[in-house]
Design a protein around this ligand. Structure first.
Ligand SMILES: [Zn+2]
Length: 274
């Protein structure tokens, strides 16, 4: 977003070359510079490139700063070990943080930042009121993905999005949602959450095992073709996370086994960086 006070970048990308391409576009194509970087959550595909904007103010939720300071250091070490192209990346901790909401006035543009937990505990959304555009980050993507966050928080955050006025949604992954389609998309995501939760609860009550192969994406109202087919895996990991949650809530249940599943799921998630 170009303002009278330079460019505001909402999230960086994972690979240094991708982020540098944005920087070159802003500096050479728009004759501006990125003075502000808003990080919507700690996941590497949204936060890794902050170091390529030296001098910029970096803004995020307070939890994002805490998580980057802890888990982020280890994740970066693993990325550097995995591929040489991450060598120039340095951890940058956000220097402006907030908890519930914050309005930033940059030049003549107002950015309303609001906590939006569910996909991750530190997720935020960014609303440009005048432009009527909501940068929803991973709170809105082809299917809600809560393995690294919380199912019930996600329901709350999506429900709140129904009360906000905007025309278009920029999703964290997937196409821009255009005027008129936004309420339906959010209702469909809430419906997915309701259906997957109901299906997991009733399967557990019946004592069924291996649920991620039994509860189909279609039965939860979503198409498997979204996001190049990756949604099928995201859906399975959501199921495992819910199973773990319910087993953890039930005394004497095999929670350890479920935890292993989520641990494997997290490793996968780190690799795919959603
Ligand atoms: Zn994410």
């Amino acid at each position: 977003m170009l303002t009278d006070d330079g460019a505001v970048l909402i999230d960086t990308l994972l690979y240094p070359e991708e982020t540098m391409r944005i920087r070159r576009y802003v500096e050479e194509g728009l004759s501006s510079r990125v003075n502000y970087v808003i990080i919507t959550h700690f996941h590497a595909d949204h936060s890794t490139g902050a170091c390529f904007f030296p001098g910029a103010q970096v803004i995020a939720h307070k939890r994002c700063r805490e998580i980057l300071d802890q888990r982020g250091r280890e994740s970066l070490r693993q990325l550097k070990e995995a591929a040489a192209e991450f060598e120039p990346v340095e951890l940058v901790l956000p220097n402006i943080t907030f908890e519930r909401e914050m309005t930033l006035e940059i030049g003549a543009t107002k950015f309303h930042l609001r906590e939006s937990p569910g996909h991750s505990p530190d997720s935020i959304t960014c609303l440009l009121e005048e432009e009527e555009v909501l940068f929803a980050a991973d709170t809105v993507m082809p299917i809600p993905y809560f393995v690294d966050g919380s199912f019930s928080d996600f329901v709350g955050s999506l429900t709140r999005l129904l009360e906000v006025e905007y025309e278009n949604i920029v999703q964290g992954h997937g196409d821009i949602i255009l005027r008129g389609e936004a309420p339906e998309k959010i209702k469909s995501d809430l419906e997915y959450l309701r259906k997957v939760n109901e299906a997991v609860k009733s399967a557990l009550e019946k004592g069924l095992e291996d649920l991620d192969n039994q509860i189909s994406l279609a039965a939860c109202g979503k198409s498997h073709v979204l996001l190049n087919g990756v949604v099928e895996q995201l859906h399975q990991h959501n199921i495992r996370a819910l199973v773990k949650q319910y087993r953890d809530e039930t005394p004497g249940s095999p929670a350890g086994q479920a935890s292993d599943e989520v641990e494997r799921s997290y490793t996968w998630h780190q690799k795919k960086l959603i």
